[in-house]
Design a protein around this ligand. Sequence first.
Ligand SMILES: N[C@@H](CCC(=O)N[C@@H](CS)C(=O)NCC(=O)O)C(=O)O
Length: 212
Amino acid sequence: MADDLVFYTSPMSRGRIVRWMLEEVGRPYRTELVGFGPAMKAEAYRAINPMGKVPALTHGATVVTECAAILTYLADAFPEAGLAPEPAARARGDYYRWLFFCAGPVEAAVTNTVLGVTVPDDPRKRGMVGYGSLEAVLDTLEGAVSGREFIAGERFSAADLYLAAHLGWGMQFGTIPRRPAFEAYADRHAARPAAVRAREIDDGLLAQQAAS
Ligand SMILES: N[C@@H](CCC(=O)N[C@@H](CS)C(=O)NCC(=O)O)C(=O)O
């Protein structure tokens, strides 16, 4: 049923990551656009995401928020799409590792750097910072994607999607420095037909918004 999956988003947001995933899954879904500002903070939308943020997904009565959680949920809910290693596979280790690394250290390091949040130069305090430093996060990611087609096992998964989306978006907007290994990895996955479709849909919505 088309209404079973409802995707709450804004076309210029992290919702673009979830759109790509929905296009990979290939099941019908309905898009609900939520405007930044009052609409996103209104009681009606906060009944779905109390954070008043996009993206969010409902699947029948199930509500999922947080990009990484939505991707992982969709991969498990629709296993026929083949977007996660088998539950008992060793590749699950890498799959969880890089999904969580991206949702935690990568997100925090990039956001704090963009906002100019600095970590005190005291080793005891520095050690409390989960991401260490942006440089450490980027070097770790570079090592992880170098010379490797997929981040978990032998095929594309939601972890590749999440990582490639972050790297692509970050390099496009200058929040992640360009490195050849990042470009090769992000560009390769961004060329997937589902990624191209997702960009076309969101860019079309942006153009409509600009024209209205
Ligand atoms: N941790 C959340 C972050 C969601 C988020 O911050 N979304 C931004 C758009 S990219 C948003 O809704 N901002 C509007 C606001 O906070 O008012 C996730 O991964 O989904």
